[in-house]
Design a protein around this ligand. Structure first.
Ligand code: FAD
Length: 238
């Protein structure tokens, strides 16, 4: 069977694309079950979720953002409400608005318009790479595209703490080249730490492994440098 569109990645981007393709034969490929691959603190502006009719995924509404530095606490009153939301619930709400088939499989390569995966080959007339920084399809077109030479990271976990507003700390005494944050989400809050230093590589993952042994974090490493777009077109839409 030839799909009209194959989307690699079933998170925010992939599912948003799929919602726009109702009526087409669409396949969403993701290496994880939909809604289980959260890498985000899941804070956004409320109108985004209203646009997607995903209000049921909202965990808490926020009207201020706070930046805490070594000697100041600055409150930014937002002209529009922010919110924290449940990642899995949003993903499944979006998925419910698509007519797409879903296949849990990792994209492993590309030949023309044939997508190779751990569940076999799939042919699509149009291919969409929504696999995040890993760029599964773009990397197949251009090996090394998602190079791991210069990496940053963001990690967070959930704790039983209630608060108001979205909080960021820029405190070099605690994190020299990064930020920490606290995003309240009802009865709990997600707390996170991120580095923009870009000194991690695949052989030096000490913050990840330290964190993994102490708590169950979400998030991961990601490249921090800009990269050029992939210009070749493996397939065309008609
Ligand atoms: C710690 C942290 C906190 C963040 N907090 C926020 C926030 O509060 N608000 C905000 O707006 N942004 C936040 N971000 C940024 C946000 O997470 C990303 O911008 C967003 O996830 C990008 O969405 P995406 O759909 O493009 O990619 P992703 O969410 O990364 O999804 C990619 C999908 O592709 C799948 N995939 C990857 N490789 C393959 C493969 N080979 N085959 C098949 N499937 C594959 C993955 O399983 C995943 O489901 C945060 C990022 C981090 C790291």
């Amino acid at each position: 069977m030839v799909y009209d569109v194959i989307i690699a990645g079933g998170s925010f981007a992939g599912l948003a694309v799929a919602t726009q393709l109702r009526g087409w034969r669409v396949l969403v490929l993701d290496r994880k079950p939909i809604g289980t691959g959260q890498t985000s603190a899941c804070g956004t502006i409320l109108p985004v979720l209203e646009h997607w009719h995903a209000e049921a995924s909202v965990l808490q509404v926020h009207h201020s953002l706070f930046l805490h530095t070594t000697d100041r606490d600055i409150e930014f009153k937002s002209p529009y409400p922010w919110c924290t939301f449940d990642y899995a619930r949003l993903c499944h709400t979006l998925l419910g608005q698509t007519g797409a088939e879903v296949c849990q499989a990792a994209v492993t390569g590309l030949t023309g318009r044939i997508v190779h995966t751990t569940a076999g080959d799939f042919e699509g007339r149009c291919l969409v790479d929504a696999s995040g920084w890993r760029a599964a399809l773009a990397s197949a077109l251009q090996p090394g595209f998602a190079h791991q030479g210069v990496m940053s990271f963001g990690l967070e976990t959930i704790c039983p703490y209630q608060a108001e507003g979205l909080h960021f700390w820029y405190t070099p005494a605690i994190v020299r080249h990064g930020v920490t944050w606290l995003f309240p989400r009802g009865q709990t809050s997600s707390i996170g730490i991120g580095s923009y230093r870009g000194q991690l590589n695949s052989a030096n993952r000490w913050p990840i492994s330290c964190a993994s042994s102490a708590w169950r974090p979400t998030g991961w490493m990601a490249p921090i440098s800009l990269r050029a777009c992939v210009r070749r077109r493996p397939a065309t839409c008609s």
